[in-house]
Design a protein around this ligand. Structure first.
Ligand SMILES: Nc1nc2c(ncn2[C@@H]2O[C@H](COP(=O)(O)OP(=O)(O)OP(=O)(O)O)[C@@H](O)[C@H]2O)c(=O)[nH]1
Ligand SMILES: [Mg+2]
Length: 524
């Protein structure tokens, strides 16, 4: 953990991709490599695999998917690395989107057998839109997959980002011997360990030794490397930072192959934290007074200590536990009594933190996603847009005697952004409407209401598929229109729900004076 005068450079990045490309497995491999954990938690390739360290939630372990992002900090080669493992499933894309507002770079995983999948494309677009440089990792090279050059073509064609490989695989997908280091021309040979639970030993060999060891596969790799060079597909730091090229590495997260190269090159290439843009267009320098941005709120991680954590990224200055800061949206003082670094179920107390670091502020009930806290010169960072919901359901407590727990649970899940909560006088406070980007969010609500708040709920889906935003003065007019419904979201937005886009069209046509704004779509 950081010491009070910690001047080591920071690297803060998110691991993103389509579901199942291996983000949590890679996160674990990175932690293993940096010696944060001594053995990978996944019993690779065996039935009943234990969850990876970052997948702590019951549902995550049961299904082997990530539902919520997890932050991890570790020291590596005189750097402090802050890494956030994100969920790949589109239903949880809001969570990933929030994380992307808090990092300086992204590591995009591509499954070697599947190539570019829909969610990968969307996430690339989000990174491009936000100007986040992307390092691409072609993962699962231990299994049969697509052709390496073909994968690069696909990235260039579909995304418009020029791939610039840093390493090149020796052996086709499924026959992973190691990689050619394109900078030195040498061969990095990997050796498997039992079940991939330990760091994979690697040997750095010269060209001659490589030929003796890998034969034909080495010659193919050399030829392809020469082709790439002739084609100008070499790394360029400026075009990478400008989001026009993406360095590519080949890996097998499950075997820990290529993980050392990723970490080394990441420290070298990924940008250090820099000035953060504020709402008013100004930029707050990293060495200015303290400021931080809340990108995630999470409770229920530790059943023994009911708690609620607000994850904040330090944007400027030095955080020291106990300092009293200002909460920008209310102007009220906020005492940072307890701060923690959290990974999976493990926690450590944080005394000081620096720009780029992510800290969990404990029981910070006043803080919401998107909030700014600061010391000294006031600053406010841009809020995070919530996505247009496409799934709607009413929720009520199964046991009316547990209404208090029900209300507390719904409020908490709303603050975390697990779902959006909509209310109307007509439906009453006991029957709010839940709105989600994807239906799996409803499953999380049902599971957490029962296990965490001991208030089992019943959901009934509503036949709406589209929401538009209106303003207060139009609520009454729209309230009288058949087949639609107007509700108030907890952030104060008035949402109009429509069964489909045709109904939205006719309502807009019949009431041209009424405001009906589209909400931000997921992945934009
Ligand atoms: N063969 C092989 N399998 C891998 C590799 N990396 C991950 N896997 C497997 O792929 C599956 C998905 O891995 P996860 O790490 O959970 O994938 P994820 O990207 O975190 O998935 P979500 O969080 O649900 O989006 C698991 O069964 C892993 O064991 C790899 O390099 N090679
Ligand atoms: Mg995962």
């Amino acid at each position: 953990m950081s010491s009070p005068s910690d001047t080591r450079p920071r690297r803060t990045f998110a691991v993103i991709s389509h579901p199942d490309a291996g983000k949590s497995t890679l996160t674990e491999a990175l932690a293993l490599h940096a010696r944060v954990i001594s053995e990978a938690g996944a019993v690779h390739g065996k039935a009943g695999r234990r969850g990876t360290v970052s997948d702590w939630m019951e549902m995550e372990r049961a299904r082997g998917i990530s539902i919520t992002s997890a932050a991890l900090q570790f020291d590596y080669r005189d750097h402090v690395v802050n890494l956030v493992d994100t969920p790949g499933h589109a239903d949880f894309s809001e969570d990933t989107y929030r994380v992307l507002s808090a990092v300086d770079a992204a590591v995009m995983l591509v499954d070697a057998a599947k190539g570019l999948e829909p969610q990968t494309l969307k996430l690339f677009q989000v990174c491009a839109h936000r100007g986040i440089p992307v390092i691409t990792v072609i993962n699962k090279w231990d299994r049969p997959g697509l052709d390496a050059l073909g994968l690069l073509d696909e990235i260039q064609r579909e995304i418009g980002l020029r791939p610039t490989p840093l390493t090149w695989p020796v052996g086709a997908a499924g026959e992973f011997h190691g990689v050619l280091d394109r900078r030195t021309g040498g061969f990095i040979h990997y050796t498997r360990t039992a079940g991939g639970a330990k760091r994979a030993p690697e040997a750095h060999l010269s060209g001659d030794e490589a030929h003796a060891l890998a034969g034909e596969a080495w010659e193919v790799a050399r030829e392809e490397d020469a082709l790439l060079t002739a084609d100008g597909a070499d790394h360029d730091q400026n075009t990478f930072l400008a989001g026009r090229t993406t360095p590519v590495l080949f890996a097998s997260a499950i075997l820990n192959f290529g993980v050392a190269q990723l970490l080394d090159r990441l420290l070298e290439l990924a940008p250090a934290p820099s000035a953060t843009a504020a709402v008013d267009g100004s930029h707050r320098a990293v060495d200015a007074d303290f400021s931080a941005f809340v990108f995630k709120v999470q409770s229920g991680m530790d059943m023994a200590h009911r708690d609620r954590l607000a994850y904040a990224r330090i944007c400027s200055g030095v955080f020291s536990r106990g300092m009293v800061v200002t909460h920008a949206s209310t102007g009220r003082p906020f005492a940072t009594k307890y701060a923690q670094a959290v990974f999976g179920r493990e926690r450590t107390s944080v005394e000081t933190a620096y720009p780029g670091d992510i800290v969990g502020l404990v029981n910070a009930s006043a803080l919401r996603v998107g909030d700014t806290i600061y010391e000294g010169e006031p600053v406010e960072y841009p809020a995070i847009a919530s996505f247009a919901p496409e799934h709607f359901a009413t929720v009520r407590a199964v046991d009316t005697g547990r209404y208090k727990q029900f209300r507390r649970g719904i409020e908490q899940l709303d603050q975390e952004g697990v779902v959006q909560v909509l209310r109307s006088e007509l439906r009453g406070d006991q029957n709010p409407v839940l709105a989600a980007v994807g239906p799996m969010q409803f499953e999380v609500v049902t599971a957490r209401m029962e296990s965490e708040f001991k208030a089992p709920v019943r959901l009934e889906s509503l036949a709406y598929t589209l929401a538009r935003r209106t303003s207060a003065e139009h609520v009454e007019t729209l309230g009288g229109v058949r087949g639609i419904e107007v509700l108030l979201r907890s952030d104060g937005a008035h949402l109009v729900l429509f069964p489909d886009k045709w109904r939205a069209h006719t309502v807009a046509r019949d009431h041209p004076q009424v405001r009906l704004d589209p909400l931000p779509a997921s992945g934009t």
